[in-house]
Ligand binder design. Structure first.
Ligand code: GLC
Length: 548
């Protein structure tokens, strides 16, 4: 394979940004209540600046009963008291900007919390009254309406409908506490356009849009053939509630708001879609009047496999260029098993089953770590932007053995304790080697940290040659100095077990095989595993070369 892939031009900051995902509950706890907060994040801005990232993406920080980690929003224009205040948020945005860091907030338009004033009003109102029209209330089937209106299931398990005391049912594709909004309703549409404006006026630079492939439901409510549905869809055409064509009209409305505000503030704004759709559908979300970017979840699903990864990369680059967007690279986030753990487990492992039954030793931690570093270095050398999930720069693995009584994810509840869910990737960050929560805060953290977090803390790695943190710092610095502006990519024929490419005399080569690979002549800039070798590349390793 030796062909060139063209990269779209454009100077907007998001095209090549390294975006650091902050899960506010678990990042840094300034007030010692065991939960992270905005002041904690502010205190770590110097750390983030030193890491060399370009932007932070804040997971939801709005008032919420936290029945789905904050994706159950009770008020879209405020900050949860446990995290701080709107003034704190504004101060954080200003601090970040002073440090040269952009801020992206998470917007959750598919559903609200059941504590949102609209839903409280809807429940108090009579069946079929206008207050219920902002959500999706329906009569049930059966003689007394005792059966749900459709057979749809919730992503978290169980039916997607719950029945009110007065007999009507409401739709919730996620938790029972997350009623779906009716996106055919003009008030719903106007409200979200205004929420976009609110946060832009407060100073944010972009939005990560939750469940971007949801929103529109086919109101004729066809039943589905599947016994259960999953978040990643796309195998059914004309699905009644995922990836419907009408969604694109809504996206265009939002983009128009962003375009207006870009002119008003004379700055580049962006939105990135969380759209779990088939790879062929992704470019549709990236048309010039829609999203700027969409997360590349296809790559998250790739195992450690040279051919699958190479074709996923090629497809993402070509697709992004076809709509003048830029590719996105994601390995971990708050919803998936941390990637070093994925790469350390035998191919084909069912992750949720492993979390339930173990054994923990099934994961070869060292191998997973090594492969994780090889992959992130490969991604950082590619055109496009990279999303880093907090703690991955410390080499954190999934915490697979959290005690059952601390599990908080609605997946655990809704699956009747048969799936543990996502708490294992949300454990608070270790900053120091000692202390009640390894420097996360003064009190016990909301999820317990394993003892080995001490050795993985920032303190244990800061300034230590060969540490994962220092590798990330070096890689980010080299990336911004050398890779970002290098333009088009040409595949290199190095070895069938390698993913190798060149961008204007700089090469990245990753060895997926079991034996060493001979390197082309060049000067080693960085390798993902120590020690660097002159002309040979060890298995499970990436090298960056300046070709000679
Ligand atoms: C998205 C979020 C996830 C949340 C779900 C429902 O997939 O990333 O954490 O549970 O939406 O809002």
């Amino acid at each position: 394979m030796s062909e060139t892939i063209h990269v779209s031009a454009g100077n907007e900051w998001w095209r090549n940004a390294v975006v650091y995902q902050v899960y506010p509950r678990s990042f840094a706890d300034a007030n010692g209540d065991g939960t992270g907060d905005v002041e904690g994040i502010r205190s770590r801005i110097p750390y983030l600046a030193k890491l060399g990232i370009d932007a932070i993406w804040m997971n939801p920080w709005y008032p919420s009963p936290l029945l789905d980690g904050g994706y159950d929003v009770a008020d879209y224009r405020s900050i949860a008291p446990m995290f701080g205040s709107l003034d704190d948020a504004q101060a954080l945005i200003e601090d970040a900007h002073r440090a040269g860091i952009k801020v992206i907030v998470d917007l959750v338009p598919n559903h609200t919390s059941w504590d949102h004033e609209w839903f409280v009003e809807a429940l108090a109102a009579a069946p079929r009254s206008p207050a219920r029209d902002r959500y999706i209330f329906r009569e049930g089937k059966g003689i007394d309406g005792e059966l749900p209106p459709t057979n749809w299931s919730s992503v978290f398990g169980g039916p997607a409908w719950s029945r009110c005391d007065d007999g009507q049912w409401y739709l919730h594709l996620f938790d029972i506490s997350q009623p779906d909004l009716n996106w055919h309703h003009p008030e719903v549409r106007a409200e979200f356009r205004d929420i976009f404006r609110f946060w832009i006026d407060l100073g944010v630079d972009g939005f990560r849009v939750d469940v971007a492939h949801g929103l529109i439901k086919d109101l004729s409510f066809p039943d589905l053939d599947l016994a259960s549905e999953i978040l990643t869809v796309g195998h059914i055409d004309n699905h009644p509630h995922w990836d419907r064509d009408e969604v694109h009209d809504i996206i265009r409305e939002w983009r128009a708001v962003l375009n207006e505000k870009e002119a008003e503030y004379n700055k580049d704004l962006m939105m990135v879609a969380e759209a779990w759709v088939k790879a062929e559908s992704v470019p549709l979300y990236l048309r010039p009047d829609e999203y700027h970017q969409s997360f590349n979840f296809d790559f998250v699903g790739c195992p450690w496999d040279v051919d699958q990864m190479r074709s996923s990369i090629a497809r993402a680059l070509v697709d992004a260029a076809s709509v003048n967007s830029s590719a996105t690279w994601v390995l971990s986030n708050h919803d998936v098993l941390r990637h070093p753990t994925r790469y350390g487990l035998p191919a084909g492992t069912d992750y949720q089953e492993w979390l339930m039954t173990g054994p923990t030793e099934l994961c070869d931690q060292q191998l997973g770590t090594q492969r994780g570093l090889a992959v992130i270095m490969m991604l950082l050398a590619l055109p496009g932007s990279t999303y880093i999930y907090q703690g991955e720069e410390l080499g954190l693995h999934e915490v697979p053995d959290l005690p059952h009584d601390v599990l908080d994810d609605p997946v655990w509840r809704r699956s009747e304790n048969t799936r543990k869910g996502r708490d294992g990737c949300r454990v608070p960050i270790p900053w120091t080697q000692t202390g009640p929560s390894f420097g996360f805060g003064e009190g016990a953290p909301w999820l317990p940290q394993p003892a080995h977090f001490s050795d993985q803390s920032v303190e244990a790695q800061d300034g230590v040659d060969g540490s994962i943190l220092e590798l990330y710092r070096s890689a980010l610095a080299l990336r911004s100095a050398h890779w970002v502006e290098r333009g088009d990519l040409t595949w290199l024929n190095v070895d069938s077990n390698a993913i190798a490419f060149e961008r204007n005399r700089y090469a990245s080569i990753t060895n997926f095989g079991d034996s060493n690979i001979a390197l082309p002549p060049g000067e080693v800039m960085l390798t993902s595993s120590q020690p660097a070798q002159q002309d040979q590349l060890a298995p499970n390793t990436t090298v960056w070369l300046r070709l000679t």
